[in-house]
Design a protein around this ligand. Structure first.
Ligand SMILES: C[S@@+](CC[C@H](N)C(=O)[O-])C[C@H]1O[C@@H](n2cnc3c(N)ncnc32)[C@H](O)[C@@H]1O
Length: 226
């Protein structure tokens, strides 16, 4: 989706503790190894400006939050937000989250996964770029602990329905649980920037949480195509 280039963070701001680069990380990657404190890790795919990582990590100090953002400018913006907050339990990886989830993360290493307002890639020839493919959803289940939830929120009903169909087809998730938006109590009291924008425009949002079922425990790496 074409968007304005994000503002550059000031060069004096030290991003080294919050910004990671996918190519420099080992495979397999144990996400807990990226944090100083031992706590369950939740992954956000496509963090954008980082509102979710900033607010979730502040609200849940008992969890670690890892973001993955493919656009370098947004990854740096997000890292700058976390650096200013001096967050100890949130980090952002600059890189392709589909590669991370499909090829690098071991089984049952995530307590939760979040995909908010993924790019819809409207044109038929671009559809294959959608993050929420059936293969991705299979790996999302594989990398979640039993009972761990995948949260999918979008303003595109057709993409939502398609991803729920794909999730059902994997057989690795419980039926979706509808999530409700709480009323916003202040200007940034939204799950993400795109949720804020969509709700302020009065447009609908589709939201679901899918819990990994026990059958995913038998989801061997070798039978899951990357
Ligand atoms: C529409 S924006 C939504 C951003 C944020 N989740 C929100 O709700 O405000 C989608 C984001 O996903 C990122 N993205 C798209 N494909 C990605 C991928 N394969 N890996 C990581 N990030 C990706 C884009 O660069 C963009 O920042």
């Amino acid at each position: 989706m074409p968007r304005r280039a994000p503002k550059k963070p000031p060069s004096a701001l030290d991003l080294s503790r919050h910004l990671l680069t996918l190519e420099r990380l080992p495979t397999p990657l144990e996400p807990a190894s990226l944090f100083p404190g031992a706590a369950p890790v939740e992954l956000e795919v496509g963090s954008g400006k980082g509102l979710f990582l900033a607010s979730a990590s502040a609200a849940r100090p008992d969890r670690n939050f890892l973001g993955a953002e493919i656009a370098g400018g947004y990854a740096r913006l997000c890292a700058a937000k976390l650096a200013r907050l001096e967050s100890v339990n949130a980090r952002i990886i600059h890189g392709d989250a589909t590669f991370l989830v499909r090829g690098m993360l071991p089984d049952a290493c995530l307590a939760g996964m979040h995909v908010y307002f993924p790019d819809p890639w409207w044109k038929a020839r671009h559809r294959k770029r959608r993050v929420l493919s059936e293969t991705f959803l299979r790996h999302a289940a594989r990398t979640l602990v039993p009972g761990g939830e995948l949260h999918v929120w979008t303003d595109v009903e057709e993409y939502f329905d398609e991803s729920m169909d794909f999730a059902r087809a994997t057989g690795l998730f419980d039926p979706p649980r509808t999530e409700e938006a709480a009323p916003a109590e202040h200007d940034l009291d939204y799950r993400t920037h795109f949720e804020r924008r969509t709700r302020l425009a009065g447009e609908p949002v589709w939201r679901a949480a899918l819990a990994r079922n026990d059958r995913a425990a038998g989801c061997e790496r070798v039978i899951v195509p990357t």
